[in-house]
Design a protein around this ligand. Structure first.
Ligand SMILES: Nc1nc2c(ncn2[C@@H]2O[C@H](COP(=O)(O)OP(=O)(O)OP(=O)(O)O)[C@@H](O)[C@H]2O)c(=O)[nH]1
Length: 433
């Protein structure tokens, strides 16, 4: 006991390190008053810096999440509320002894459970999944009942800590599982992986903390509570919400970035690349083709008699046809092909590493698919056809020049009766449909 008091005292800088080298009898005589002093030190004093740091971090995250909340992204509100709950929870816990236990223990831990539940709900909403509130709130209620019993029914700090840690461990595990199951298909998986790893680490920490407290004496002394193990587990526990929230902020930030990029680079209605972005990609692909000596082909596509579709079915129906057409085309392209909307009912497709003959086959397939495509919507059923101009890139040609030749081929396709594919002269006019 005296020895652990010495080590604890050294940790608190109450005892100089040189005391360890004193003769045992002399040290024991000198240490008695020190031990009494240490026994009376409230562990809260040791823990205060941890709580204060967490409080400040949570406040900072509240501010970050409040600003991201305005974006209206799903999950941001629940993550913000989870941090607000932590900001309220910590002072209540810190005031233990000064305010009734019903508040500093029961209410405070109820708020903590709510915070953990809100964090999970934020993840679920962000991923477009249901929050399972009945499980979350049911578990939180069980935790509060357990804490109340082990305070007023059978006062036991280890059992209270076990109940609190068990709930946090369960929700952290559920969060990790949720992320693993649903993050796939997102643009970047780094932040999702980070959150999953953090959730796993914290679930494990809470589990270890439950077991550790189970092994403690039913009425642990201050020295036991201020042991290195407990303080380390507490530090990890205190880091849970700030660390998980930081990962959430990164995910929200990335979503906003993707939205902004889409707004700048994509056509809102069809999801195809904007004219400007397609030109940027076209120029990049020309540089790549020049460097690798690979072929590159451009298709210009125009929906036939589109004005008649608008006039017959209405403008909204015309929009629906444009969207259905873009979806159909995307289903026939490789991931490295680029579909762009040049404006109105005119589209372009860049086909890297593709000869004119192969591009013609792609164009012909698209033409046939469009001809058979029945667009069904609230306005009724509608069919449409497309005309396509194909141009293969000539070495040294600019993207504008390539576009002009594809446009000329498209003009020919229109002139020859529409619903056909024409290839830019000089390559293989014979393959035109
Ligand atoms: N619904 C809808 N219509 C659009 C959009 N952009 C352009 N249009 C319409 O597309 C029609 C294009 O008509 P035209 O340029 O005469 O071409 P067309 O009727 O397709 O005839 P051809 O191209 O010669 O086969 C116009 O009526 C435009 O108003 C859009 O975003 N949505």
């Amino acid at each position: 006991m005296l020895m652990s008091a010495v080590i604890f005292g050294i940790k608190l800088n109450c005892i100089p390190r040189s005391w360890l080298s004193l003769p045992a009898r002399r040290r024991d005589r000198l240490l008695k008053p020190v031990l009494i002093l240490i026994m009376t030190i409230d562990p809260v004093l040791v823990l205060a810096p941890i709580f204060l740091t967490t409080e400040l971090l949570s406040l900072a995250l509240c501010m970050a999440l409040a600003s991201l909340r305005r974006s209206g992204l799903p999950g941001a509100r629940e993550w913000l509320l989870a941090n607000v709950a932590v900001v309220i929870y910590l002072p209540l816990l810190g005031l233990r002894g000064l305010i009734p236990d019903s508040i500093s223990i029961v209410v405070a831990n109820g708020i903590l459970a709510l915070s953990v539940a809100l964090y999970y709900a934020g993840c679920a909403y962000f991923l477009g999944q249901p929050a399972r509130w009945n499980w979350l709130l049911g578990g939180a209620l069980l935790q509060v009942l357990a804490v109340t019993y082990w305070r007023y029914g059978n006062d036991s700090l280890p059992m209270r800590v076990m109940a609190i840690s068990a709930y946090s461990a369960a929700v952290c595990t559920a969060t990790a599982y949720l992320m693993l199951k649903h993050y796939r298909g997102r643009r970047s998986s780094v932040h999702y992986r980070l959150l999953t790893v953090l959730a796993c680490v914290f679930a494990l920490t809470q589990l270890v903390r439950s077991v550790y407290f189970y092994t403690l004496h039913p009425a642990p002394t201050n020295i036991m509570l201020a042991s290195g193990w407990n303080i380390m587990l507490l530090c990890l526990g205190a880091a849970i919400m700030p660390a998980l929230s930081m990962a959430a902020v990164l995910m929200l930030h990335e979503s906003l970035q993707t939205e902004a990029e889409n707004a700048a680079n994509r056509d809102f209605m069809t999801g195809a690349l904007s004219r400007k972005h397609l030109f940027t990609i076209g120029q990049q692909q020309i540089l790549h083709a020049a460097a690798t000596h690979q072929p590159l082909t451009l298709l210009l596509i125009d929906l036939d008699h589109f004005k008649a579709i608008n006039d017959t079915y209405g403008h909204a129906a015309g929009d629906e046809v444009l969207r259905a057409f873009a979806d159909m085309v995307r289903g026939h392209l490789r991931s490295r092909d680029a579909l762009g909307r040049l404006g109105g009912e005119e589209f372009a497709i860049m086909l890297p590493d593709t000869t004119v003959e192969a591009a013609w086959q792609v164009a012909e397939r698209l033409r046939q698919q469009a001809q058979q495509h029945l667009v069904c919507s609230s306005f009724g059923h509608c069919r449409y056809s497309i005309s396509i101009g194909v141009a293969g890139w000539h070495g040294g040609e600019s993207f504008d020049q390539l576009c002009r030749r594809a446009d000329q081929a498209l003009y020919e396709a229109k002139n020859h009766g529409r619903n056909r594919v024409h290839v830019s002269p000089g390559i293989s006019a014979a393959v035109a449909g």
